[in-house]
Write a protein that binds this ligand. Structure first.
Ligand code: ATR
Length: 259
């Protein structure tokens, strides 16, 4: 039986076990996928234990995505670009390889809806781990310009909510919420709702089935919207492909998220 896990701290809330179980069921594969809470101090030992136990692969989530980079034998170009690993493959020869499927996962829903990256102006809100993969993916996809805004001032970034940020949002063809605003029910729209307009696409990476205040505001303004569930399912599908060489049943994975 194939065995997989997701490691994080905390990890109990992770939707990954549910997504992967749905895919295994749809494909008729006998496999197990567990959520394992691993504290940072135990990360190296946990990787050795998973390899010894014969796991095929693991997903890595907060707060281990950066630290795990130094604990694998090699990383692929997407992981190097994003500066983070979310997928580890335990190869038959005993070596370990790190991948980042968040970039492909982020791009998949955009490709599915035919978003034209060439010439596109992109505004990314947030400067945390999630934003790194988004910025790398948008650059790789060939966007014309990319602006980033964050609550806490960062060099080269706009201040979230400032006049410049709102102007950049109005000008953008694609606005991505890569902050954690929206994770909690009742969270407000991430920026002034007046910043959204028809003709643009607003993509909220918050992986929840309910509509976030950000997407509700964008929809009310006539913008097209994408939620974070599509990205979540697509990054899981890409991890599965890396581990097994097989295509996942993406619609089974999406259905598992209760859309
Ligand atoms: P992730 O891995 O999901 O990106 P993270 O690395 O903790 O999580 O980053 C969280 C992002 O959400 C950051 O950009 C953070 O802004 P700060 O750098 O100012 O902390 C942003 N964020 C979190 N709470 C926020 C809030 N209430 N308003 C605006 N931005 C917020």
């Amino acid at each position: 039986m194939l065995r997989f896990a997701v490691i994080g701290h905390p990890v109990a809330h992770s939707l990954s076990p549910r997504i992967h179980a749905a895919n295994f069921r749809a494909l008729g594969i006998e496999a197990a996928y567990d959520a394992v809470d691993v504290a940072s101090a135990d990360l190296a030992a946990a990787l050795r234990r998973f390899a010894a136990d014969g796991l095929r692969g693991i997903n890595v989530t907060v707060p281990h995505k950066v630290a795990v980079m130094d604990l694998v034998d090699r990383v692929d170009s997407a992981a190097a670009e994003a500066g983070a690993v979310n997928t580890v493959l335990f190869a038959p020869d005993g070596s370990t390889a790190g991948f980042n499927t968040d970039m492909a996962g982020f791009l998949h829903p955009l490709k599915s809806c035919g978003f034209p990256f060439a010439g596109a102006k992109v505004l990314v809100l947030g400067a945390g781990g999630a934003s790194r993969a988004v910025v790398a993916a948008c650059r790789a996809a060939g966007c014309a310009s990319l602006t980033q805004a964050n609550r806490t001032a960062r060099p080269g970034m706009l201040q979230l909510g400032s006049e410049e940020c709102l102007a950049a949002a109005r000008a953008a063809d694609l606005v991505v919420n890569a902050t954690t605003v929206g994770l909690r029910e009742g969270d407000p729209c991430v920026i002034d709702a007046g910043a959204f307009r028809a003709g643009q696409l607003v993509y909220d990476l918050i992986p929840v089935a309910r509509e976030t205040a950000t997407l509700a505001a964008a929809r009310a303004a006539g913008a097209r919207t994408l939620d974070g569930l599509g990205m979540l399912a697509a990054q899981a599908a890409e991890s599965f492909r890396i581990w097994t060489g097989r295509m996942a049943d993406l619609s089974a994975m999406l259905s598992a998220l209760d859309r």
